[in-house]
Design a protein around this ligand. Structure first.
Ligand SMILES: C[S@@+](CC[C@H](N)C(=O)[O-])C[C@H]1O[C@@H](n2cnc3c(N)ncnc32)[C@H](O)[C@@H]1O
Length: 264
């Protein structure tokens, strides 16, 4: 399903430097992630080029299937930092070759449950004994949000973050007990249905640039997945004996975006 992530992320490349939390894991998240590694100098495999994770661990390999993302978003290779082009579902690495697998919002790029299942199995395969996989995950609300809750989030709860607003509206398309896979364009339609641009501008001072970033979502056929915590925990437990959810901070939408720390 997710080959179409490439055009979606191509459009986002020009907005990348202006994106922040909750979508980009800005400081203090990378430092926090470092404390969750099995050891500070861990050999890390990061799923995605995530420039904010560049200094995590003692040695880091970033795996992304998009040459364009590696060219435009990855800060560049050094002796201890490198990007490799490849698919997370078929990781081009030997068994037991990393101390940690990390990923920021990478599982949402994958169809749930099948592709998420494949990637969790691969993460388990490449981890050494004593290792850990740590993913920041966005989870669907349980039970689903109603319109009043979504409007309250859009006008207050998002605390002026357009990224939090649009991501929450996409997440809300997920069915907690049915299909966890959502079409991004439907999240855009949800915003159009629930809010006027004038009220969003009045509530948060959103500018034309903020609304331009929202346009990336209009009619987008890209799909993301947002399972509930219950469903993701059940799936992760088929590959890992330890499954823990830990808070990731206090930024807008943080309550829906914990770290999931998995141990073999
Ligand atoms: C890690 S995610 C989300 C963004 C993240 N929060 C960040 O700051 O980097 C985005 C990346 O996933 C990559 N991607 C999606 N599915 C993939 C897959 N199956 N294998 C490898 N890369 C994939 C896309 O090319 C894109 O660069």
């Amino acid at each position: 399903m997710n080959k179409d992530c490439t055009p979606h992320f191509r459009k986002l490349i020009s907005h990348w430097s202006r994106m922040g939390l909750p979508l980009r894991p800005l400081s203090p998240l990378p430092e926090h992630l470092g404390t969750l590694l099995p050891r500070p100098e861990a050999k890390v495999l990061n799923l995605g080029v995530t420039p904010d994770h560049y200094s995590v661990g003692g040695d880091l390999t970033a795996l992304d299937w998009s040459a364009e993302m590696i060219e435009h978003v990855w800060p560049g290779d050094t002796d201890t930092r490198r990007a490799v082009q490849g698919d997370w579902r078929h990781m081009p690495f030997d068994d037991a070759s990393f101390d940690a697998v990390t990923g920021d919002n990478c599982l949402a790029m994958l169809a749930f449950p099948d592709a998420v299942d494949q990637v969790l199995a691969e993460a388990r395969r490449v981890l050494r004994p004593g290792g850990a996989a740590i993913f920041r995950v966005f989870l669907a609300a349980e039970p689903a949000d109603d319109d009043a809750t979504l409007r309250a989030f859009g006008l207050e709860g998002c605390q002026g973050s357009m990224d939090a607003l649009r991501w929450r509206m996409v997440m809300a398309q997920s069915d907690p007990e049915g299909d966890a896979n959502v079409r991004v364009g439907d999240g855009f339609a949800q915003i159009e249905r629930l809010f006027t641009r004038d009220e969003l501008a009045a509530a948060h001072g959103f500018t034309g640039e903020d609304f331009a970033r929202l346009e990336v979502y209009r009619d987008s056929e890209t799909h993301f997945s947002f399972p509930t915590r219950t469903r993701l925990e059940a799936l992760a437990s088929t590959h890992f004996s330890g499954v823990k959810f830990l808070p990731s901070g206090t930024y807008p939408l943080a309550k829906s975006a914990p770290y999931m720390r998995l141990t073999p």
